[in-house]
Ligand binder design. Structure first.
Ligand code: C5P
Length: 316
């Protein structure tokens, strides 16, 4: 049976700005997304049966239809019934390295890999923009995960414009294994507390009055100016998450005492990232933070920005 092995990188948000409400209940966003080299390996093959079967070594990963990778297969089966009948179900093996429910788009990246994998497996010949359209039905972060790299994402997060690639900055990721943050809660709390920053425009769309523009960061990225990139990190969701999760705030405060380019929460958290000039510095700071905080639940990874999204790691 033919199979494909795909690399599915995690992402961090260098900028996450909530600029208004949307009629569909989501929020209007301006985000700058960045892939990192920490990623999962997804193996996908036709199983000649009717079912979709998921396998993963990490017991935290659901293996049923609640998993976005499962939903990605169902979506393609619905849209390509002839191929679905011809090839039958699929087996998906997930080698999980990305922390689960962390604000690092692990589930979204897995779903993006499944879309790319089914495209290859069934010989659909879909282009990247076509794959992105399918991805939009699965979640706001999934379209970015397909091409990855560095990109500005607007709308719900699904409208992607690539930016010049960054791959020379090192990234420390830090997360408490016993803390999880609900994404809908983080957005809802932000909306409740900061709605006064919105105004209604003539089209009925609400927009923030004091929108902070991501332009400076875009310029710093174009110049590959890591010092400026570190200084310009931004995430509105810190305003709702940090007061409720003092451990996450403390992690950020600890990174600020170190010689990092910048530090911020990723997405709705709880993962915090810190940017460093080089690998040796990143490893040194990771060890220092570990010794300072001394909590067995604190997990840390050293990785690097990367300039791509889903890639095939092995010929069929
Ligand atoms: O799109 P996704 O399912 O990943 O979004 C998860 C949750 O995050 C949504 O249910 C919503 O509460 C919130 N969200 C939002 N506005 C966005 C993206 C996500 O309010 N643009």
């Amino acid at each position: 049976m033919q199979s494909y092995s795909l690399f599915a990188p995690a992402k961090i948000n260098l900028h996450l700005e909530i600029i208004g409400d949307r009629p569909d209940g989501y929020h209007e966003l301006v985000m700058i997304m960045q892939s990192v080299a920490l990623g999962d390996i997804i193996n996908i093959r036709a199983n000649g049966k009717e079912e979709i079967r998921l396998f993963c070594q990490n017991p935290q990963v659901p293996l049923d239809h609640s998993n976005l990778a499962h939903k990605a297969v169902s979506l393609m089966q619905k849209n390509f019934p002839a191929q679905a009948r011809n090839f039958g179900g699929v087996d998906i093996h997930i080698e999980k390295k990305i922390p689960v429910a962390a604000g690092l788009a692990g589930g979204s990246s897995n779903a993006a890999a499944v879309l790319v994998g089914i495209n290859l497996l069934w010989g659909l010949g879909l282009t990247q923009p076509e794959l992105r359209d399918f991805a939009t039905h699965l979640g706001s972060d999934v379209p970015f995960c397909i091409a990855g790299g560095t990109a500005i994402a607007t709308g719900r997060g699904e409208q992607i414009e690539p930016l010049p690639p960054l791959d020379n900055i090192w990234v420390i990721l830090a997360k408490y294994s016993n803390i999880s943050v609900s994404t809908p809660w983080a957005y809802k709390t932000y909306r409740e507390e900061f709605h006064h920053l919105y105004v209604q425009d003539s089209h009925g769309i609400t927009e923030r009055t004091n929108a902070i523009h991501s332009g400076k960061l875009v310029k710093a990225i174009a110049h590959k100016d890591s010092t400026q990139i570190g200084k310009l990190l931004y995430n509105d969701l810190q305003k709702s998450v940090l007061p409720e999760y003092p451990e996450v705030k403390n992690l950020i405060d600890q990174f600020k005492t170190q010689n990092v380019l910048g530090t911020m929460m990723s997405g709705s958290g709880p993962t915090v990232f810190a940017l460093c000039e080089n690998q040796a510095q990143a490893i040194h700071i990771k060890n220092t933070i570990n010794q300072t905080i001394k909590d067995p639940n604190l997990q840390m990874w050293v990785t690097k920005m990367c300039s791509h999204g889903i890639t095939t790691t092995q010929a069929p």
